[in-house]
Design a protein around this ligand. Structure first.
Ligand code: AMP
Ligand code: MG
Length: 521
């Protein structure tokens, strides 16, 4: 088993001079060296075979004792020195000061075939950034992060990956609903991989402490390793960097909106500087289409992180990043221009993305308007977003003037009580849609094929993750395995898995872990 270890991040930035693993404010450093806690009896539940292969490792390698020890924090690779990163963040709109890797420990960077993989254990014990918490993670939240990282990746959306999920054999105390009823849960550790885990918050913490020297070191490092094509100099270099982060962030949110993903906690410490989806906590997929929906009970009041607000929040977060980078750029109009551009680009690309979901030409205003009107209609009645977009792909040019409502009817949650008025609105919308597709040069099959590449058939609905978790708590990993396989091909027809192409079952509507999720993990 080959390792090609690097430590670019720890070489580029100063380390915390204190080695003691005690909660504290860490100043003048990018990270603190820390040793993971030894789990009592680690057991590999699942590993990502294709990701392991990308690292140059076989399935046998992944089943070795050595990898179990390494990815559970039991043993440290002799050429590595694990560390936790220092970052800050704006949480729910307010500056929260130092946060940092409170329960994440970076092991090393491994390079294979020119790809850099930073290895990070989540749930391997406390660090100087743990504040009053334990640095651990439970099986429930680890399965959610494991499955979702891979689901998002196979949807072709940039994300941190998850290589393995391991139970520790230790118990962890958690108060799932924060209602004063804590209980013991099974502990687990996932190993996450990404080129880098740097967040907006890594820049913010240095800026907040007026530590311009380290702010510059961090930005230079990020550009050199992850934006090497930026070749401008001085302030222009940093501005170009900000422009690209802004573009990548916009691309990411467009992708999330396209597949109906709601992150749930878009604090600036959960925003990757590489434009990756990162930190899967109380996330969810829109089921009955509702732009105001948030899966996060902690956010139920303000709904700051609701589905329809993700682009606004991303822009707000970019403003915070602009403030943090300001000392390196010192050009307010130029930064404002980038932020304005985010807004205007969004206004252009969002309706185009919606039109593409319908197989329509994104240049014509009529088509874009039709796609936008659809979002209003979808919100009027409980309509399953994923199912709707897959079903509407069955529309054909010859269906004009026929009763095509039946094609989409399985997408509605309450079809029996739908009023004639709503049905008529739908019929009108479909009639206009059929006219649009009839006027298009694309064949029905071509359009359907294109649409099915944008509209996933299978997404990780919260009730599905819940079923996998319930079974795994009883040491039955069949659902976990099945969902993992299913979500590898989210855009494909998979007749053997048709049972997962269904609306959320009624029992999941109000169930904890399905409709209500907290940050407790
Ligand atoms: P999150 O809401 O999961 O993004 O976490 C926000 C901050 O709290 C980050 O600095 C985390 O590392 C930290 N944190 C969350 N849960 C724990 C935990 N169980 N132990 C230590 N730190 C934690
Ligand atoms: Mg986080």
């Amino acid at each position: 088993m080959q390792f090609n270890l690097h430590n670019s991040f720890t070489s580029a930035l100063p380390a915390d001079s204190i080695q003691e693993n005690k909660s504290r404010q860490v100043e003048g450093a990018g990270y603190s060296y820390v040793i993971p806690r030894k789990p009592s009896s680690p057991k590999m539940l699942h590993f990502a075979d294709e990701l392991a292969a990308d690292c140059g490792w076989t399935s046998e390698d992944m089943q070795s004792e050595w990898i179990l020890h390494l990815l559970s924090g039991s043993e440290i690779h002799p050429e590595s020195q694990p560390y936790a990163m220092c970052y800050g963040g704006h949480q729910f709109g307010h500056w929260a000061g130092q946060l940092g890797d409170g329960r994440a420990i970076n092991l090393f960077e491994h390079i294979h075939n020119g790809h850099r993989f930073s290895f990070q254990l989540k749930g391997a014990g406390p660090t100087p950034y743990s504040r009053n918490a334990d640095g651990l993670a439970v099986l429930r939240s680890s399965i959610r992060e494991y499955l979702c990282s891979e689901a998002i990746h196979y949807l072709s959306i940039p994300t941190t990956r998850a290589l393995s999920i391991i139970t520790t054999g230790d118990e962890v105390l958690r108060d799932v609903l924060y209602d004063g009823h804590p209980a013991m849960e099974k502990g687990a550790i996932i190993c996450r991989l990404a080129p880098s885990f740097i967040r907006f918050g890594n820049f913010e913490i240095f800026a907040s402490r007026k530590d311009i020297k380290n702010l510059k070191l961090l930005t230079d490092y990020t550009i050199q390793y992850f934006y090497p094509h930026i070749t401008s100099n001085e302030a222009t270099k940093y501005l170009d960097f900000f422009k690209e982060v802004s573009q990548r962030t916009l691309d990411l949110i467009l992708d999330w909106q396209r597949v109906g993903f709601v992150h749930g906690v878009m604090n600036t410490d959960n925003m990757s500087i590489l434009g990756l989806s990162i930190d899967y906590g109380p996330y969810g997929w829109v089921e009955d289409y509702d732009p105001n929906w948030t899966p996060n009970t902690t956010d139920a009041q303000g709904k700051r992180y609701r589905y329809g607000n993700q682009a606004n929040v991303a822009l707000w977060n970019l403003v915070q990043l602009a403030n943090a980078l300001y000392p390196l750029i010192e050009n307010v109009p130029a930064l404002e221009e980038v932020l304005k551009n985010f807004h205007t680009t969004w206004e252009m690309r969002y309706p185009a993305m919606l039109a593409n979901k319908l197989g329509l030409n994104a240049i014509e205003t009529d088509h874009k308007n039709l796609a936008l009107e659809l979002t209003n209609l979808l919100a009027e009645e409980e309509t399953d977003m994923t199912i709707f977009y897959r079903l509407i792909a069955h529309a054909e040019k010859t269906m004009i003037n026929t009763d095509v409502f039946q094609i989409i009817s399985p997408a509605f949650y309450n079809l029996e009580v739908m009023t004639d008025e709503i049905k008529l609105k739908w019929q009108n919308w479909i009639d206009r849609y059929l006219i649009c597709i009839k006027g298009d040069t694309k064949s029905d099959l071509e359009r359907k094929t294109e649409m099915n590449k944008l509209n996933p058939k299978y997404v990780l609905r919260n009730y599905m993750a819940h079923l996998a978790i319930d079974a795994a708590e009883k040491e039955d990993y069949r659902v976990l395995n099945e969902l993992y396989n299913l979500l590898k091909k989210p855009y494909d027809e998979q007749p053997e898995y048709e049972k997962w192409f269904v609306k959320r079952p009624e029992w999941a509507r109000t169930k904890i872990g399905c409709s209500m999720l907290s940050c407790s993990s």
